[in-house]
Design a protein around this ligand. Structure first.
Ligand code: ACO
Length: 373
């Protein structure tokens, strides 16, 4: 059997949760084209769709929303932990807090608690890190609105809530990406949901996956003016660096999520200096695409979701430290959907490896071992 680096092209699961067509630039979430769903549904509706394979009726949605809202508060021990971890980066603190939640091994309750508690943990840590007291969740606000409220203490306006719902829906699930695959591998051993989510959080954190949007914003801030874009991007490419927010393992055309998010982001950059920042991003995107085709001909590198994630979340007033945790707040519903699906398939995921070492080792007592050259 041939070794396939990165398992590229290997179909590792059957799923009804999402379909990604990298050549057509098409993403379907549980039967619904992304463009149909993302800007119309609330996050609760999409989470329900992923877990129950149908959009909820009004009564089902009301019950689901209220059940989720009841699971938002963190145990006192988790809050204490977050206080002690207030100097840690947000993703590390999130990992610690998820590991400390009171979960009982019942999938339905654990699933709700994991989705509901993530925003509370992120917001509490954020405030503690900035010397402020955490804000208790507001039971009457929906999931997205409550997250923004717990960060700032202000009830957000409907445009902001709509934009955040659009973002969370856009990134909620995406085929067999690294973090989702991690969640499925862990679940395939019949481990619990919290272990699957913890593993997925670790996989999401890296800059080649969910860690990219922070560096995208830093890149835009460093470029500052359209006339600096080309020299800045060339200097990165000349030293072999990757341009964050471009390229994708599956999409060989523009990531459809980039379009949905760019439209949602535009509303926050309608005027003044904000508009200048949005225009700068559009210019940087154009220059980057041109340079990528020059430096990496034939690799088909296009804008990915993280480029416009940075812009949208920045427009929403979130600091770049919150970008990856906010990604996790949306994707956790997808991880859980996959874990529940993997549970029903009940098949251990256990690929093989190709050994490339030698096989003729002979034991040498410690005292006789020379330093290997
Ligand atoms: N900038 C410059 N060169 C790039 C980029 C980039 N953003 N992406 C890929 N390349 C180059 C590679 O250096 C490689 O060049 P080579 O053939 O000369 O060696 C070639 O394109 C193919 O690269 P691979 O790593 O094999 O491509 P793959 O499709 O596996 O990579 C990945 C996908 C990891 C996302 C990559 O495009 C990348 O590192 N992008 C930047 C980070 C980023 O934006 N990540 C977010 C992805 S979206 C998400 O996870 C939600």
């Amino acid at each position: 059997m041939a070794y396939i680096p990165g398992l590229k092209g290997i179909v590792a699961a059957e799923t009804r949760l999402s379909s990604v067509d990298g050549e057509a630039g098409e993403l379907v979430i549980a039967g619904y084209p992304l463009e149909e769903l993302a800007g119309q549904a609330t996050f609760e509706e999409v989470a329900y769709l992923l877990w129950h394979h149908a959009l909820p009726t009004p009564a089902q949605l009301a019950a689901f929303t209220s059940d989720l809202a009841k699971c938002r508060s963190l145990p006192k021990s988790t809050l204490r932990l977050l206080k002690d971890a207030s100097k840690l980066p947000a993703m590390d603190a999130l990992r610690l807090s998820v590991a400390s939640l009171n979960l009982n091994g019942d999938d339905a309750t654990d699933a709700r608690t994991l989705v509901a508690a993530l925003p509370t943990a992120v917001a509490a840590h954020w405030r503690l890190r900035h010397g402020q007291k955490p804000i208790a969740p507001a039971p009457d606000l929906d999931h997205a609105a409550n997250y923004l409220y717990m960060l700032t203490g202000n009830t957000p306006d409907p445009a902001r809530v709509h934009a955040l719902n659009t973002y969370l829906n856009t990134i909620v699930d995406h085929g067999m990406n690294a973090s989702t695959f991690t969640a499925r591998v862990i679940t395939s051993t019949r481990a619990d949901l919290v272990s699957a989510v913890l593993g997925a959080l670790g996989a999401l954190k890296g800059p080649l996956h969910g860690g990219a949007p922070g560096p995208v914003l830093h890149m835009l801030e460093a470029i500052r003016m359209p006339e600096n874009a080309e020299s800045y991007l060339r200097s990165k490419l000349d030293t072999g660096e990757r341009l964050m927010g471009f390229g994708h393992a599956i999409y060989k055309v523009r990531d459809p999520r980039a379009d949905v998010l760019s439209r949602a982001a535009e509303t926050f950059f309608a005027s003044g200096s904000n508009r200048a920042f949005y225009d700068l991003a559009l210019h940087v995107e154009r220059v980057a695409l041109h340079l990528l085709s020059e430096y990496k001909p034939g690799r088909r590198l296009h804008t990915n979701v993280e480029f416009y994630t940075a812009l949208l979340l920045h427009g929403l007033g979130l600091s770049s430290d919150l970008f990856t945790p906010t990604f996790a707040i949306g994707r956790v519903a997808g991880w859980i959907g996959h874990a529940l699906e993997q549970r029903t398939q009940d098949r251990l995921i256990r690929p093989e490896s190709a050994y490339n070492g030698h096989k003729n080792g002979r034991w040498v007592p410690l005292a006789d071992r020379a330093l290997a050259v």
